[in-house]
Ligand binder design. Sequence first.
Ligand code: HEM
Length: 406
Amino acid sequence: MPEETETDVVSPAPRSYPFSRVRLEPDPQYARLRRDEPVCRVQMPYGDPAWLVTDYHLTRTVLGDARFSRADAVGRDNPRESASDVSQVAESVLNMDPPEHTRLRKLVGKAFTPRRVEQLRPRTQQIAAGLVDGMVAAGPPADLVESFSFALPAITICELLGVPEEDRDTFRRWADAAVSTSSATPVQEQDSFVNLAGYLGGLIAQRRAYAGTDLLTGLVQARDKEDRLSESELIVLAMTVLVAGYETTAHMITNMTYTLLTHPHQLRQVKQRPDLLPSAVEEMLRFNMFAPAMNARIATTDVLVGDVLVRAGESVLCSRGSANHDENVFANPDELQLSRDPNPHVAFGYGPHFCLGANLARMELQVALGTIFSRLPGLQIAVPEQSLVWNSSTIMRGLTAFPIAW
Ligand code: HEM
């Protein structure tokens, strides 16, 4: 019999991960793990085994601890759900550590300000109203996914980047082929990325010649003493904003509309008190399970996480969804309490990689839900709820179509 090694002792047989996906609900295994084994071994469909953290405080510890690296994920067989691996793009802000990461975030922060996001609010409101006008003109039923949820963030990102009106259909076609829910082949997907990068390169060159008021102009002009963003950094950053900000927000709009329609008491609350919308959005960000743990952190040295000694070089995944249901932090975590306060959820991450677009996403979600429920007060699901089809092949949870009537 082979001798038992030290690794065999500290690394028990991994559980298969991600766990089951039922609508937007957490798998019961999360609650058991938080209680009994808050740091456990898992095996994802692709890549090396990893540690999975399900506890809220340990999640914040790992995500905020400089001994865990994102840059070390580049070039490894990372634990992941699909064959492709976004962690291989070394130039992406998500795959950098300080000081490179700090430098990039500082420069981007000069352009991606809360003020710029707020300036977009009236325009986003106009776009959302226009999309509802289109649905009303065509008459019920409509598919919210097709008619609203993807269109709103697509147009908002075009506004943000300053994509001119005449290019938006082409831009949206490429962006759609690049998202995980598309039916594009890998070759079409790759072509779309190349087209998008080429197109954004052209836009950036234009902004150098003629300054506008959009984010790209802000990024081109962003300076920190003598430092500024290079041409390729600008392109990769604009691509990252598109990839990170489009599909996520689109699914969230549908998921939150579904959540309110299936919680009539809470829906009545939002209708009676529209001022509740910002905290309702925070609560639904917390409440809805969205994606499994992803973007592994690599231990750069041996680190004790809870009771588990994570060895240098091992991967750690944090389930933000599980952390958001931690009963030691959120009273009655499986209840949707729209005025929950405080609500320190980690749906936008935690630590240095905290979502760059969180304020933009919040604004879009508030505008989207506000517009949908004020313009269509009789909104309902147009088919029996059991016949709704949830994505099973993509990382983000969401509906493939959401038939609605009003
Ligand atoms: C509701 C929608 C969104 C959700 C739930 C979300 C969630 C997240 C999360 C959890 C992270 C951290 C990932 C990690 O630490 O591994 C992240 C990072 C990021 N997000 Fe978002 N996001 C959303 C919308 C957006 C939007 C609209 C944009 C841009 C316009 C955006 C841009 C980014 C970028 C660039 C990063 C990487 C930041 C860094 O590595 O420093 N996201 N997002």
